[in-house]
Design a protein around this ligand. Structure first.
Ligand code: DQA
Length: 148
């Protein structure tokens, strides 16, 4: 099983970016933990972080042919990107949206997600562990759909 892990804008700065909101774990350490959990679950995890909306859209297009599911933190694009919403639907893969912070406890403009409606579910507010939760839920859902 192949899973694409996608991280959107400004997430490369995790570790030093607003640590009171996002914590002090780096993106590299989060990705390493997701890959390790994936290996335990029999899932190979490929990762891409990009600040560019188009690069994230293109990655979803490629994943349609090469992957079985997607874990995505669209970051700020969550709240404004019709293109990512459409790409999530177009790739035809089950996806789980994840946010480190609880977006519903923050500014009003973060309360709307344009992308969550194109995903099977959303995990928000559990910090880096949310990525593990998202991966586990996604792998379980892929297996359920495959009937195993
Ligand atoms: C975020 C929440 C978004 O509102 C914000 O723009 C981010 C990070 C999170 O992981 O909590 O960049 O997706």
């Amino acid at each position: 099983m192949k899973i694409l892990l996608l991280n959107g804008p400004n997430l490369a700065l995790l570790g030093t970016r607003e640590p009171q909101i996002y914590g002090t774990d780096t993106l590299d350490s989060i990705v390493a933990a997701v890959k390790a959990r994936g290996a335990e679950l029999g899932a190979e995890v490929a990762h891409l972080q990009s600040d560019a909306e188009g690069a994230l859209v293109a990655a979803l297009g490629r994943a349609a042919r090469t992957c079985d599911g997607v874990v995505i933190n669209p970051a700020a694009y969550t709240h404004c990107s019709v293109a990512l919403h459409d790409a999530l639907l177009a790739c035809g893969l089950p996806a789980v949206e994840v946010h480190l912070s609880n977006v519903y406890r923050r500014e009003g403009y973060r309360h709307e997600s344009l992308t969550a409606g194109a995903c099977i579910g959303q995990v928000t507010g559990f910090g880096p562990y949310g990525y593990i939760m998202a991966l586990e839920a996604l792998v379980r859902e892929i297996r359920r759909r495959e009937g195993r």
